[in-house]
Design a protein around this ligand. Structure first.
Ligand SMILES: *Cc1c(COP(=O)(O)O)cnc(C)c1O
Length: 228
């Protein structure tokens, strides 16, 4: 089941790359394993996936500890509480949900010296929903300047979670301003290479709007359980 899902998802990525004139393999897959078991992650790894995304700090740390022998690249994609930044800085390779200065400073201060700088995506709010995390487009530039200046952080990209829409064109129109902003920022910040947009329900639209990393949970693993 999982193997089939992975195969068909990778096929779809290649298909949409062609359809929207993207370079082959320019879109990577982040397997979102929140609320899925360690066994699921092992299984996905055996089937070739190496990048996994988690949203809840303590649940994630348990899995990372349990899978120390696996060369997995771990991405944190959930809301960040200031009192969890040390755990994140010590255990993750990527943090995709940085949306304020204080969090950037804390991650920089707490990243262990023996590890490489931690890869950062700034999370941008692209739909007007007060409950969604992310910095507004108008405040994005100064936060990128800050992240870029901190030595233990490496500015890699932008991440966004739009309000759900079902229509392909509506999905694309929400992503379009972000794509344009990303292109502008890229000429200023040379380490910026990741546009993390697209989930199970809208990854075609995201690929059409230059996504380089789709974050897929449900279409890979099926429905999530309430608790692990
Ligand atoms: C849960 C989650 C996903 C995956 O969503 P699916 O609809 O299950 O593919 C992607 N990104 C973030 C930030 C998430 O929290």
């Amino acid at each position: 089941m999982l193997q089939k899902n992975i195969e068909s998802l990778l096929e779809q990525l290649r298909k949409y790359e062609q359809r929207y004139r993207r370079k082959e393999f320019s879109v990577s897959l982040l397997a979102v394993s929140k609320r899925q078991s360690i066994h699921c992650i092992q299984n996905a790894f055996e089937n070739g996936l190496t990048h996994f995304g988690e949203s809840y700090a303590s649940e994630a740390i348990e899995k990372i500890d349990g899978l120390r022998d696996y060369p997995i690249t771990w991405h944190f994609i959930g809301p960040i509480q200031a009192n969890k930044t040390r755990l994140l800085a010590e255990n993750f390779d990527w943090i995709q949900s940085v949306d304020r200065e204080k969090i950037a400073h804390r991650l920089n201060d707490q990243r262990p010296i023996e590890k490489k700088p931690i890869n950062i995506c700034v999370q941008v709010k692209i739909s007007d929903e007060s409950n969604k995390a992310g910095i507004s487009m108008s405040q994005l530039h100064p936060l990128c300047v800050l992240v870029d200046s901190l030595p233990r952080l490496r500015l890699r990209g932008l991440m966004a979670i739009p309000a759900p829409k079902t229509d392909l064109r509506a999905q694309q129109s929400v992503y379009k301003p972000l794509k344009e902003t990303f292109n502008q920022l890229k000429s200023e910040f040379l380490t910026l290479d990741t546009l993390s947009i697209g989930m199970s329900a809208d990854f075609e639209a995201a690929i059409a709007q230059n996504s380089t990393l789709v974050r897929i949970g449900t279409s890979l693993f099926g429905k999530r359980s309430e608790s692990v």
